[in-house]
Design a protein around this ligand. Structure first.
Ligand code: DO4
Ligand code: MG
Length: 280
């Protein structure tokens, strides 16, 4: 089942049928056994024929913080080692890839997250920017993974490469986090054979395309969640981006107007165009 947050309410889809739910987002997503709860909710309900709500889909988020895991795929380790080698940071990335404790960092407050078809930003003080397509977990307040969405962890590679301590500036700025289009709530955990795909278009031409299966990740979701919840409460639940396995080649940087599309079959496609912050 998929949950969609829209300007006209919350919709749930099941086998190509859509139902409107009269619920508060934070309460809904924190229900115990969310899949079964949703199934009961739509039992005997009439499906909605009008599909106009599909034009106003928002990020699937209420009051959840967004966190991210890093260096969970070999490609991410290698790219970080390369970008930080002159700063002596390479060892840190190799060590965190192999360490028991994962890298977890804060990514965004909910009101800063952008949804589908909204603009993600690149920093004006960076010359090397990339999207990071990441399967993103929804974890309820009890620490149980209840759903999945697509995340884009926009990153400035030259800033994080200059010094690993600059990571928060490379990662956390206006419109640096995108989520959507749906929250996929399956009966069973997502298959690790699931692919995450990215396509970047510039002037109507595809300039980068890639795909990777979730089973290429070095860590498992449960261990990431266990560390995240160890000494931190999430009353409304949390989102956790699980790291990128795809990074464009070193001579690639995003430009204003580029269109980024990230697809996971069960979740949908998250498309955002690239812009920069206008000076206030
Ligand atoms: O350590 C730097 C960030 C890593 C990251 O965001 C990723 O691997 O996805
Ligand atoms: Mg990332």
């Amino acid at each position: 089942m998929n949950l969609y947050k829209t300007t006209s309410g919350i919709y749930v889809s099941n086998n190509d049928e859509f139902f409107l739910l009269e619920e508060d987002w934070d309460q809904l997503v924190n229900r115990d056994e969310l899949f079964s709860y949703l199934k009961d909710c739509i039992l005997g309900k009439t499906a909605i024929e009008d599909k106009s709500w599909q034009n106003s889909i928002l990020a699937p988020i209420g009051n959840q913080e967004v966190w991210a895991a890093g260096v969970t795929y070999l490609r991410s380790r290698d790219a970080r080692m390369e970008e930080s080698k002159n700063a002596g940071g390479a060892d840190f990335y190799s060590m965190v890839y192999n360490a028991e404790r994962p890298e977890l960092f804060f990514k965004a407050l909910p009101h800063r997250v952008v949804g589908p078809n909204k603009k993600v930003f690149i920093r004006k003080d960076s010359k090397w920017n990339v999207p990071e397509p990441e399967l993103t977990l929804f974890i309820n307040s009890k620490g149980n993974i209840q759903g999945y969405t697509i995340g884009n962890d926009m990153s400035s590679r030259d800033i994080e490469g200059e010094n690993p301590l600059y990571l928060p500036q490379a990662k956390v700025y206006n419109n640096s986090a995108a989520l959507g289009p749906s929250l996929f709530v399956p009966e069973h955990p997502i298959s690790l054979e699931t692919e995450i795909k990215i396509m970047i278009r510039r002037n109507a031409a595809t300039i980068f395309e890639n795909a990777i299966q979730l089973n290429k990740m070095k860590r498992n979701f449960t261990e990431l969640v266990e560390y995240l919840f160890r000494e931190y409460d999430f009353e409304k639940g949390a989102y956790l981006m699980t790291g990128t396995g795809m990074i464009p080649p070193n001579d690639f940087t995003l430009m204003i107007g580029d269109e980024i599309s990230i697809t996971v079959d069960d979740i949908g496609t998250l498309t955002n165009s690239v812009a920069e912050r206008s000076t206030p």
